[in-house]
Design a protein around this ligand. Sequence first.
Ligand code: TMP
Length: 237
Amino acid sequence: MTKSLSGLFISFEGIDGAGKSTHIAGLAAAFSDEGRAVTLSREPGGTPLAEKLRALVLDDAMDPLTESLLIFAARRDHLVSVIAPALRRGDVVLCDRFTDATFAYQGAGRGFDLKVLATLEQWVQSDEGLLGDPAGNQPMKPEVNTVIEPHLTVWFDLAPEEAALRLAGTRIPDKFESQPIEFFRRVARGYADRLQNHPERFARIDAFQNREAVWQDVRQVFVEKGWLEGATCHERH
Ligand code: TMP
């Protein structure tokens, strides 16, 4: 956890079709309304280089290690160029997917070695060199080898069958979206395992509800943490 960074780092997760996007936009508006600077981003992607790697990952067939390496390469560039600077400025960083997606999709979904993913996570998300002051002289914290990870991960939990129904016909499916339902069952179990291993970081949202109810639950998580004011904000959705 990156407690020495003054910003807030929030990631959003779920299987394809779980309905993250509108709520990420709603939160961005809610934080802006309360005077916070917001950095909105996504993975894989978020920088010109990482977006190129995203296109390769989503369009081209490749073995799971190649895929994981490209995803973590994109993540490193994103962390160095966008996320760490935004956190140092004190922004609220709202990131559509982060490393839990790699454990869920490449790990649980594709059956790739979780220990290798954990090693890549340690290398790529090491805060060494990322937490220095803007002049790059003094480290902001004495500890070394801390791994940068979100302060909070909002997991939109939806049954794969329902997600498939919601996605049907909405867009041309990419490499992952065109996987069979059994793949998404494994990915969903992967997310459940991540929650079990990181209960303090995860907030599970029942994404089967209607959009307004999901929004109220999402908002409530942030209100309970003291990150958003308590007044309801129905007009957003
Ligand atoms: P998106 O459509 O939500 O932007 O996500 C892009 C796709 O990439 C989605 O199917 C999940 C997949 N993905 C991985 O397989 N591993 C990862 O680490 C990330 C961040 C996304």
